[in-house]
Design a protein around this ligand. Structure first.
Ligand code: BDR
Ligand code: CA
Length: 309
């Protein structure tokens, strides 16, 4: 099996941590680089968390710090879901130091040394780091086989009424990625709402036993509050859906769509306009993940997490 090489750009972040562990536990992929942005918490916390998540899984992949704020506008953290520490109060042992340098430089260095269409960019934070890398050396986009993003919403947002958090935090960066012309796949809030962590699913996962990562994963699931938006039935496991698409695409149904992101300063800032029916007349520019087999997804997560240390 050829393993796909991933760059994961993240802001851990409770669900980012689980997405990283799912990737580390999946033989279909090799995580070549982890880059970190401020987002769910400030950059100091998200970087500390990324280092700890990598170390808990016994990995030595380079972790590089990136943007502590969006291209434009001001930084805001998502403390209601992820707490002020970014991991909803779940303490992990300290990881190894971060690699020196800047995320965008590290992304460009890795892409420069790669063959055409041989690296997958996985964006599970505001798109700032990935956009900075590709905007400053656009020719490197040809090294990318796919850009997989947890971002956007067809329906209601989770940050503003119309906008999802990652898209709302840096809509200009998202617009830069959408304009690269590389195959782009979107896991939106409408998709991730189907990957609902219910008390029963969290308990079933914990009952599998397993190592430090599975225990920490379950502690995180128990610590995240149920979502008001989702009727308090549980919380959506957003970012792992992006990784699951790469390692188990059969779990999904998809549709080609045209996408635009609002970059104005009004109340619609960060809103993604996703045209499922060709109403805009614009050519399809992305693949929308429409449905996920939720039971299959949690079975995959359990199998993979149970194999981690
Ligand atoms: C996205 O925003 C963050 O809070 C999560 O980590 C996820 O990437 C969901 O809107
Ligand atoms: Ca995230």
């Amino acid at each position: 099996m050829t393993r796909r090489r991933l760059i994961i750009d993240c802001d851990p972040g409770t669900d980012d941590a689980i997405a990283l562990w799912l990737a580390f536990a999946s033989p279909e992929v090799e995580v070549a680089l982890v880059t970190v942005a401020g987002g769910n918490a400030g950059l100091e916390s998200t970087l500390r968390n990324a280092r700890a998540v990598v170390a808990l899984a016994g990995q030595s992949v380079p972790v590089v710090a990136g943007a502590d704020r969006p291209l434009l506008g001001t930084f805001q953290a998502e403390v209601k879901v992820h707490g002020t520490d970014g991991l909803a109060g779940v303490r992990l042992p300290e990881g190894l130091p971060a690699c020196p340098g800047q995320a965008a430089d590290a992304i460009r260095d890795l892409l420069r040394a790669a063959a055409p269409a041989s690296v997958t960019l996985v964006g599970i934070a505001a798109a700032t780091n990935l956009a900075l890398a590709l905007a400053t050396e656009p020719a490197l986009a040809d090294r990318v086989d796919e850009i997989v993003l947890m971002t956007g919403a067809l329906g209601e947002g989770n940050w503003t009424p119309g906008a999802e958090f990652n898209a709302a935090m840096d809509p200009e960066a998202l617009a830069i990625l959408l304009a690269t012309g590389r195959p782009t796949t979107l896991a939106t809030l409408d998709l991730t709402a189907q990957a609902l962590v219910t008390p029963a699913r969290a308990a079933a996962l914990r009952a599998r036993g397993g190592g430090h990562c599975l225990t920490a994963c379950c502690d995180i699931m128990d610590a995240v509050p149920p979502s008001r938006r989702l009727g308090h039935l549980g919380h959506a496991l957003h970012d792992p859906c992006a990784v699951a698409w790469i390692v188990a695409p059969d779990l999904f149904t998809t549709r080609a769509v045209a996408v635009q992101v609002e970059c104005g300063t009004g109340p619609g800032r960060g809103r993604t306009h996703i045209d499922r029916w060709g109403r805009s007349g614009a050519a399809a520019s992305a693949r929308l993940l429409e449905t996920i087999d939720a039971n299959g997804f949690f079975a995959l997560l359990g199998d993979r997490m149970a194999a981690l240390r």
